[in-house]
Write a protein that binds this ligand. Structure first.
Ligand SMILES: [Cu+2]
Length: 152
């Protein structure tokens, strides 16, 4: 005599099979769609620290020419800082800088962040090389507020 469990088992296996197919399909399609719509790679950088250290965190950046990046800068300290990398800025194409509801288009050479400020810099590196980063506030670079940016 056929019992209910024997009838249900193939259905259950079929169900798992179908959901697996759907899931793999979603990964294939959905993953591609997500990558295409948000192709900017996000990189975070802190200018200074809550306890007043004069550093960029991180202070080493590796970018790949031709890839789009969204550099999110914030200043968690209680004094203003600069993100200054003039040669780097000459070697990239800036799509926009966005801060406090304003979008700035065109070439950008340095950003000043007041305490608590956040800015997003969307750009595409173009010219491979090694570039120096520094905060141009008097004494900050000397105290360690420097960094290195590599475009490969
Ligand atoms: Cu500084």
């Amino acid at each position: 005599m056929l019992n209910l469990r024997d009838v249900l088992r193939p259905l259950w296996i079929l169900g798992i099979g179908l959901s697996l197919v759907a899931w793999v399909g979603w990964l294939g399609w959905g993953g591609t769609a997500i990558a295409a719509s948000a192709s900017a790679e996000t990189v975070l950088v802190h200018l200074g620290t809550v306890d007043g250290q004069l550093v960029f965190q991180p202070n080493q950046f590796d970018f790949t020419a031709g890839q789009r990046y969204k550099l999110v800068l914030d200043n968690p300290s209680d004094q203003k800082h600069y993100f200054t990398a003039k040669d780097f800025a000459d070697g990239i194409w800036t799509q926009k800088v966005e801060a406090a509801g304003v979008e700035v288009k065109g070439a950008i050479h340095e950003l000043e962040l007041k305490p608590g400020a956040v800015a997003e810099w969307v750009f595409v590196p173009q010219r491979p090389g090694q570039y120096d980063l520094r905060c141009t506030i008097s004494g900050h670079a000397e105290a360690g507020m420097t960094g290195q940016i590599t475009i490969q």
